[in-house]
Design a protein around this ligand. Structure first.
Ligand code: GLU
Length: 280
């Protein structure tokens, strides 16, 4: 932990494209909320197919251009695969994981007759209908993903409620979790981990006490709180910030290269103007 009275934050981009205004805003918010010298950077590069070294170089260059300074060393998820593997086997020993071979098509098929009022999408995509739940881990085959058995996880915690602080205390019941989020993936095919598992372990390892990120990840935070409870990690405070949208009100995506910081800079826009553009 960063220590009493110190706020340690991080910016955790994935090098899958050029940074855009939304990233600049996220990085500014994190840097502004950190105590002096406690702004950290983490490269979220577990998706080896989509991450590119040139985008990682661009992250450092763009952030430095914006005038941001981060603490060294920079954490890189691709160097922590063993830590994710250990956590996964710890969870598997707790009996809260199972292998799953369902394709997206299988899941859609199983969800094709939804009950009224039951959501189909959660923060992690389609809510898993539980087809493979109960399969033992020794059954794990090449090409399977590993899922969290959330019902068992709550049984183990002997608690029917999760909470975290983002300005005020937010709470979610076990039933709401099972219905609206479900059995999320902890290890993706060929990756050995997932965003959710890695982010929880990394925020703890970096001693982050305030996680700042976009409101689009608010619902994912419930998954992180559940994992923190299972892994005996402290739940940090959260600040989910507003999202930067384009003129049509659409969220900026990395593929909008025209709106990248790089393109704006090439057009002669200054870092101070970038700050103004995102309403800082
Ligand atoms: N790597 C994620 C992204 O680029 C950020 C996740 C987080 O801040 O927790 O969207």
């Amino acid at each position: 932990m960063a220590g009493r009275g110190v706020t340690r934050t991080r910016f955790a981009p994935s090098p899958t494209g050029l940074l855009h205004l939304g990233h600049a805003f996220s990085a500014f918010v994190a840097a502004e909320k950190s105590s002096s010298g406690q702004f950290l950077l983490r490269i979220e590069d577990i998706d080896r197919d989509r991450c590119k070294p040139e985008f990682e170089d661009a992250i450092f260059e763009d952030l430095a251009w914006l005038g941001l300074q981060w603490r060294q060393p920079v954490m890189r998820q691709s160097e922590r695969l063993e830590i994710y593997r250990d956590a996964l086997s710890y969870l598997s020993d707790l009996g809260v994981t199972y292998p799953c071979s369902c394709t997206r098509g299988d899941i859609k098929g199983a969800l094709s007759a939804p009950q009224e009022g039951v959501p189909i999408h959660g923060p992690d995509g389609l809510i898993y209908p539980g087809t493979c739940r109960g399969r033992p881990m020794r059954d794990l085959r090449d090409g399977d993903v590993i899922r969290l058995d959330t019902g068992r996880a709550f049984d183990l915690l002997r608690d029917n409620m999760l909470s975290f602080r983002d300005g005020r205390v937010h709470v979610l019941s076990r039933d709401a979790f099972l219905r609206g989020i479900g059995d999320v993936i902890l290890a993706r095919r060929g990756m050995g981990t997932s965003y959710h598992l890695s982010v929880v372990l990394d925020d703890a390892a970096q001693g982050i006490d305030l996680v700042t990120r976009g409101l689009d990840l608010f619902d994912s935070t419930w998954i992180h709180v559940l994992l923190q409870r299972l892994l005996d990690l402290e739940t940090p405070e959260y600040h989910h910030h507003r999202l930067i949208r384009d003129a049509d009100g659409k969220r900026l995506a990395k593929r909008d290269d025209a709106r990248s910081l790089r393109a704006l800079r090439d057009d002669g826009v200054s870092p101070a103007e970038i700050r103004a553009m995102v309403g800082m």
